[in-house]
Design a protein around this ligand. Structure first.
Ligand code: 3H9
Length: 649
């Protein structure tokens, strides 16, 4: 059966694409549409309505086809043919019309959207540009700067924005199909609009254009595709539609073969692969209506806010009334911020506050389905909390720890039924960061694991499963390259050189800036704790300890690896640099000079070696788990795929 079917509604032909899960424009869809086009050009209905079954309009080209040669009919040819049709074609859009799906809608003579529909050109996120006329038709339909915004940022827009910009002829009131058929009848009675491809491109003053593009591409860092998308839209303004289409296609094909696109496509699928465990196949998760959070510090408050914003009820527990009030104030602060930024409405804000309660008595957790402990990182403190949870919670409640490196097996063993205990390692700020490391202890029950994965989905987070070890996946790799960065200091580099190398590689900040931001005291405490068990043979760099001994903990004290003045910008710290040079001299290490490439070779090599060890030990099940972690926890550049992808490439 074809994935495109035609039904007649009076004299209107309704074509329905049915290609789950997201109606991607695969070869079968393209062929089905081409056949339907030929048929309707022959049968001559008054107009054609193009609609999709399932949850969405066409969400783009089928990305899975990108690693093979494209098969006929090509999407650009199909769209040119649709645009040249003698009948009006009305795209009836629900869900998301993205990439090639949005380009398909642009080739139609009219577009109508459901109020909840979204449209966008996310190709840049795959290291590509639109490759089926998006950059050519769009600036011939709407303001070219707005067209560039869609193509360069890859961010989708709502139906109402699309309508305002002139992308939608109408927004459906009531049933989308009925409204589309009404629009089709109306369109059939009027002359066809001039095809976008044959329209003249609007004139845009060069200086204004360059300024707008500079703003749009400012955050691209080392990623090529946003710059390429901007250049493609510019080509579309400087050339005829037909010529611009050829240029767009050449650019698209070149990018499709580029390492950045291969990496971005890899990470796209990797993010959709993680969190799928054979252990939870067919296993029903436990209910998840009310969440408990123990601890109202930065992490606990962030977790509580994340859960509230995802529609869950939250009970917070703190050790006394004052701490409980302070925790509640932190949560209210986060929700207030969301309200201020327009992310939630006044009514939603009120409703979220009504779903939240903070208390100092564990008995308030009696109804909680899952409780996340986010207290001080100390094994004895954690064990006491778990004892209290065991006494207060219903027996089927899942008990989770947010520890970032303590032994989750030991925590689990502190309660009678260790199968209900799991690690849920959030990253700060927990209401923003996408990654959730699910730490899987030896005895955990399958449905507890399934519940943790379900929670991640409910919170719109990426679940990565990790085995129990010091630091799990994320912090174990980070500790190892942080240590390597310390070695680089003793070997001859300075903090600003290491940080610049990392930033120029594409990380959002360098390792030393990051430590200053997080607070140097955290790592110092961890190093002191581990001092007793550290092998004497291990190379140990004491420079950060010396900085902390002077009471300098980074940004919060105005001094750390860097100095922070009024403007908050990090400036080189001569005292620290002297400390570093003295450390090399003390150990008799000749100071060498390092290029940025040499610095990154050591840092990357270290990430990759630790990653390989993590895989060999079974702490991570696949390289995807490691790469998704590095991209989403530490801002490893997506367009490089991740350290393990780079190693294999
Ligand atoms: C393009 O269009 C190029 C053109 O300009 C030119 C061509 C010549 N292809 O994300 P989900 C799979 S480039 C194949 O979990 P959601 C996905 O892997 C494309 N497969 O759902 C997953 O599979 P599985 C431009 C795709 O509801 C399943 O669908 N378009 C594609 O959270 C569900 O996905 C884009 O970049 C695809 N295009 O989000 C849009 N898309 O179940 C990419 C998804 O086996 N897609 N799959 O793990 C998205 O952004 C989201 O999937 C979407 C739904 C918002 C649509």
């Amino acid at each position: 059966m074809s994935v495109v079917t035609t039904t007649m509604h009076g004299d209107i032909a309704v074509l329905t694409i049915d290609n789950p899960p997201v109606n991607a424009a695969s070869q079968a869809v393209r062929q089905g549409l081409m056949d339907a086009l030929i048929a309707t050009e022959k049968s001559k209905p008054a107009a054609v309505v193009l609609t999709c079954a399932g949850r969405t309009f066409v969400a783009g080209a089928d990305i899975r086809e990108f690693d093979k040669p494209f098969l006929e009919p090509m999407l650009p040819d199909l769209l040119n043919a649709i645009e040249a049709a003698t009948r009006p074609w009305i795209a009836a859009i629900h869900g998301t019309a993205l990439g090639g799906g949005f380009e398909l809608a642009l080739a139609c003579s009219h577009r109508i959207g459901a109020p909840s529909a979204k449209i966008g050109l996310p190709e840049v996120n795959l290291g590509l540009i639109p490759g089926a006329g998006g950059t050519v038709r769009l600036p011939r339909l709407i303001d070219p700067v707005e067209a560039a915004r869609l193509a360069v940022t890859g961010k989708p827009i709502s139906a109402s924005e699309a309508h305002k910009l002139g992308l939608f002829d109408a927004i459906a009131e009531g049933e989308l199909l009925d409204a589309a058929i009404a629009l089709a009848k109306d369109a059939a009675a009027k002359p066809l609009p001039t095809p976008l491809l044959t329209r003249a491109a609007p004139e845009v003053e060069r200086a204004a254009w360059d300024a707008a593009i500079a703003k749009l591409t400012a955050k691209a860092r080392g990623q090529n595709s946003p710059h390429e998308a901007a250049a493609a839209v510019r080509d579309a303004l400087d050339h005829s539609g037909t010529d611009a289409l050829k240029l767009e296609r050449e650019r698209f094909m070149r990018l499709k073969g580029s390492p950045q696109s291969a990496a971005l496509r890899y990470i796209f699928f990797a993010e959709r692969t993680v969190g799928k465990s054979p252990r939870t196949k067919g296993v029903a998760p436990r209910p998840l209506a009310q969440i408990g959070v123990v601890g109202g510090g930065t992490m606990g408050a962030g977790i509580a806010a994340a859960a509230l914003l995802s529609g869950l009820k939250v009970q917070m527990i703190e050790r006394d009334q004052d701490a409980s009030n302070a925790g509640a104030a932190r949560v209210e602060g986060i929700l207030g911020g969301s309200l201020k930024r327009g992310l939630i409405s006044e009514a939603k804000h009120t409703a979220l506050l009504a779903s939240f309660n903070a208390d100092s008595n564990y008995s308030a957790l009696a109804e909680a389905d899952l409780v996340i402990e986010a207290v001080f990182e100390d094994m004895d403190v954690k064990k006491q909390v778990f004892k209290a949870l065991e006494a207060a919670c219903k027996p089927e409640a899942v008990l989770a720890t947010n520890t970032s490196y303590l032994d989750v097996n030991e925590i689990a063993a502190s309660v009678a039924d260790s199968s209900r205990v799991i690690g849920l390692h959030f990253f700060s700020p927990a209401h923003i960061m996408k990654l959730l490391e699910i730490v899987v202890p030896n005895n955990v029950a399958d449905d507890v694991l399934a519940t943790a994965i379900q929670l991640a989905k409910a919170l719109h987070k990426l679940p990565v499963l990790a085995g129990v070890c010091d630091g799990f996946i994320a912090n174990r790799i980070m500790s190892s390259y942080r240590r390597e960065a310390d070695y680089l200091l003793e070997d001859g580099a300075l903090p600003h050189e290491v940080d610049a190398a990392m930033r120029n590689f594409g990380m959002p900040m360098g390792i030393f800036e990051m430590q200053d931001l997080a607070g140097l005291d955290i790592g110092w405490a961890a190093r002191k704790r581990r001092a007793a068990t550290r092998p004497a043979s291990e190379r140990y760099v004491d420079i950060p300890d010396r900085i902390c001994e002077q009471g300098h903990f980074g940004r919060k004290t105005g001094r750390g690896w860097y100095l922070y003045g009024e403007d908050g910008k990090p400036a080189r710290n001569p005292e620290v640099e002297a400390l570093i040079i003295a450390a090399s001299a003390r150990k008799g290490i000749p100071r060498l000079s390092f290029s940025e490439e040499a610095i990154m070779a050591r840092i990357l090599g270290c990430m990759q070696n630790e990653g390989a060890a993590i895989l060999a030990e079974g702490i991570a099940a696949s390289r995807e788990d490691i790469d998704v972690t590095m991209v989403n926890a530490f801002g490893f550049p997506r367009w490089m795929g991740g350290p393990m992808f780079m190693k294999d490439a």
